[in-house]
Ligand binder design. Structure first.
Ligand code: SF4
Length: 374
């Protein structure tokens, strides 16, 4: 099989949930949460909508949330309002008796789904022909547990958007070449940051199953003596939307604006931005800026809108005028959250995310390696 991983199937919610008003949903959710008490922790990713995130005990990016969950000694249930790979990571990092739940099983991540482990095996076999055992995988945390386990088994590591440079530098110090997956743009931005030229990069085309020179470079053909960073051609459907023309347009309208973008954006965008960094970095940068600052932000719209609300003394706007929510995150609705909690109250666990122990052990090795590096 060479396609994307099949999505888990979410059972339809009982019709009564669709009939609830916003006020009823909020009231019942608050009541269920209070009744579950310290047995329950609700985690909310920054990209969640307001109606969901207001019930979160902690907001953050995926790693911050999972590490925090692992420290919650009392919590039996960890309801992760995020996407599938995040719930998997939380399950890997928490105790076996703690139960991780994803309120809607259809909440995947289009980027993580672009790297199936079977496709990765094919790619790896081709790269081994060029590099032998002088090759290491670095997988972005936005990947399935199976892909993290693949990296762990081969001595590689996981990275986040905050520590991608440190982890990639570590890997390049130990191997002739690094396969960076699944985000081509984060991989390219990281390699540029580390001082590598485009001629030292190549792109694995997962559809055609061929290795191509980086389209930004001048090199023809692949010379393993020269190419050190191999980029898997996956991307985030939210961040890939941003283009250099949007940066030019916003600067024309607001000459004093500063542009901050996520490193999942294309290199053509990151090179024009004033600052590039993770969601946590974006939040800290905007929050710490002086009153009157103007920011154009290149990331998911729910986060941008919340930043604008929480910084009324600044002008915070999206870089993309056409709203771009993460549609899979958006699947976590207030109705799904309530359904999950009310089932727990009734003694039923729905939508448990459980990574098989053999995969979890290898994935944990890749995560632990990251934590020792950065
Ligand atoms: S914003 Fe992009 S990378 Fe993040 S969960 Fe959504 S699709 Fe995946």
């Amino acid at each position: 099989m060479h396609g994307a991983p099949s999505l888990l199937v979410q059972e339809p919610l009982p019709p009564e949930y669709a009939a609830l008003t916003d006020a009823e949903l909020a009231e019942r959710t608050a009541r269920a949460k209070a009744a579950l008490g310290k047995d329950l922790v609700i985690l909310g990713h920054h990209y969640q909508r307001d109606e969901v995130i207001r019930f979160a005990d902690l907001r953050g990016d995926s790693l911050k949330l999972s590490r925090w969950a692992a420290r919650q000694e009392d919590a039996r249930y960890i309801v992760f309002c995020g996407v599938h790979f995040m719930a998997e990571t939380a399950d890997i990092l928490t105790r076996p008796d703690q139960i991780v739940i994803l309120p809607d099983l259809g909440a995947g991540c289009s980027m993580a789904d672009m790297a199936a482990v079977e496709e990765l095996e094919t790619c790896w076999a081709e790269l081994v022909k060029l590099y032998g055992d002088k090759l290491l995988p670095v997988t972005y945390i936005n990947s399935s547990a199976a892909v993290k386990a693949f990296a762990g088994r081969r001595g590689g590591a996981v990275c986040t958007s905050s520590n991608a440079a440190a982890v990639t530098r570590w890997a390049l110090a130990r191997a002739r070449a690094v396969l960076f997956l699944p985000d081509e743009h984060l991989g390219r931005n990281t390699a540029v940051k580390l001082g590598h030229s485009f001629d030292e990069m190549a792109v694995w085309d997962r559809g055609a199953e061929v290795l191509e020179p980086d389209p930004h470079g001048a090199a023809a053909g692949i010379d393993p003596e020269r190419v050190r960073v191999i980029l898997w051609n996956g991307y985030c459907s939210v961040h890939q939307r941003f283009g250099p023309e949007q940066v030019a347009r916003i600067r024309e309208r607001h000459p004093d604006v500063r542009v901050v973008v996520h490193p999942e954006c294309r290199w053509e965008v990151t090179r024009l931005a004033d600052a590039v960094g993770s969601t946590e970095f974006i939040i800290e940068t905007v929050t710490a800026s002086p009153p009157g600052s103007k920011w154009a932000v290149g990331t998911e719209i729910n986060l941008v809108n919340r930043l604008a609300q929480e910084n009324p003394d600044k002008l915070v706007m999206t870089l993309d005028e056409i709203v771009c929510p993460c549609v899979t995150m958006y699947r976590i609705s207030p109705q799904h959250l309530l359904w999950t909690l009310e089932n727990l109250l009734a003694g039923r666990v729905v939508n448990r995310i459980q990574v098989p122990e053999d995969i979890a052990a290898d994935a944990r090795a890749a995560l632990d390696r990251m934590l020792t590096i950065a």
